[in-house]
Design a binder for this molecule. Structure first.
Ligand SMILES: Nc1ncnc2c1ncn2[C@@H]1O[C@H](COP(=O)(O)OP(=O)(O)OP(=O)(O)O)[C@@H](O)[C@H]1O
Length: 270
C-alpha cells in the first residue's frame, strides 16, 4: 500500500541552519497494517508523515502509494488517497460550519463537482448513524457549529471525517497529544475501532509509550532521520512500555558513544 525508498530531506541546505531531517528512510507498509512511529525529539517523525502527505517534495527517494508513484505529486493530489489528523484539534475542520456540513464535505473528499450545501435527508441520516456509532452522544447535535465542541469531541469528529470516505492511508500525527487524559483515551478507543473495522492502513506518530506498546501491529523507532528499530509480529506483541523505554535508553547511550567517538576522532586529526 505504501512503499518508501531511500527518502532524504534536508531543510535549509548549505546554510548554518541545515537540518538533515530524513537520511535515507525505506519502509514498506502492507495494506491494512497499523504502524506506530516513535522516536526521539526532532528525529524526523513528522517530517516523514509530511513527506508522505506531500507537504513538501523530498530531495531524493521514491514514494509509492496505492500502486502509484506519487513522489512528484502536490499535496492536494495526494489528499484524495490520504486521511490525516494533526496534533492540534483546531486543524482539519471548519469552525464556522456545522458538524453535518463538515462531515458532508469530508464525505466528498477529492470529488470536485461543486458544493451543494443542501444536505439531503438520507445523507443526513447516514451521517447521523456514523456519529452515533462513535458513542459520544453527538448525533443529535449535527446542526451545531463545530467550533462549539470541546477539543476531544472535535478531534473525534476530525478522525471520523478523515476516515468517512475510506482513505488508502490514514496519517495520525500525535493526534491525542493536546488532549486531557480522558479525552485522549476516548480518541484512542475510537481510533482503534475505526482502524480495525475499516481495516485502514495507518501510520501513527506518538510520544506515549503506552500507546506504542498496545496499539498497532508494527512499531518503528526513528533516530536522527533514520529508522533504527522495526518491531513486527511476535516481537511487536511482546513489547511493553518498559521495554520501549529501555530501547530509548539504549539509543541515548549509543548516541553518546557516537558523539564521544566523533570527538576523539576529531582530536586525533587536528
Ligand atoms: N519546515 C521545516 N523547516 C525547517 N526545519 C524543519 C522543518 N520541519 C522540520 N524541521 C526540522 O527537522 C527536524 C525533524 O523534525 P520533525 O518535526 O520531523 O521531528 P519529530 O521527530 O516529529 O520531533 P518531535 O517529536 O519533537 O515532534 C527537526 O530538527 C526540525 O526542527
Amino acid at each position: 500500500m505504501l512503499k518508501l525508498v531511500d527518502l532524504k530531506k534536508t531543510f535549509h541546505p548549505g546554510t548554518p541552519n541545515e537540518v538533515r531531517a530524513l537520511q535515507g528512510v525505506s519502509l514498506t507498509i502492507e495494506e491494512g497494517s497499523f504502524v506506530v512511529v516513535i522516536g526521539t525529539n526532532g528525529s524526523g517523525k513528522s517530517t516523514l508523515l509530511n513527506a508522505v502527505a506531500g507537504t513538501f517534495l523530498v530531495d531524493q527517494g521514491k514514494i509509492e502509494l496505492a500502486g502509484q508513484d506519487v513522489t512528484g505529486w502536490p499535496e492536494h493530489r495526494r489528499a484524495k488517497f490520504i486521511g490525516r489528523v494533526f496534533q492540534n484539534p483546531y486543524m482539519g475542520s471548519a469552525p464556522h460550519l456545522s458538524i453535518a456540513e463538515n462531515l458532508a464535505l469530508s464525505a466528498r473528499r477529492g470529488d470536485f463537482r461543486g458544493l451543494n450545501w443542501a444536505l439531503k435527508r438520507r445523507q443526513l441520516e447516514e451521517l447521523q448513524q456514523r456519529v452515533r456509532e462513535m458513542g459520544l452522544g453527538m448525533e443529535n447535535r449535527l446542526t451545531n457549529l463545530i467550533g462549539s465542541l470541546s477539543g476531544g469531541q472535535r478531534q473525534s469528529l476530525t478522525l471520523l471525517m478523515a476516515s468517512l470516505k475510506r482513505p488508502d492511508l490514514l496519517l495520525l500525527d500525535e493526534h491525542t497529544a493536546a488532549l486531557d487524559p480522558k479525552s485522549a483515551d476516548q480518541v484512542i478507543q475510537l481510533t482503534e475501532n475505526l482502524v480495525r473495522k475499516q481495516k485502514l492502513t495507518t501510520l501513527m506518530v506518538t510520544h506515549s509509550m503506552q500507546q506504542a506498546a498496545t496499539l498497532g501491529d508494527r512499531l518503528i523507532m526513528m533516530v536522527r532521520g533514520q529508522i533504527r528499530y522495526d518491531f513486527q509480529g511476535a516481537a511487536k506483541k511482546r513489547l511493553t512500555p518498559e521495554a520501549i523505554l529501555s530501547k530509548f535508553e539504549e539509543v541515548r547511550r549509543m548516541d553518546l558513544l557516537d558523539e564521544s567517538a566523533a570527538e576523539l576522532l576529531s582530536q586525533r586529526y587536528v
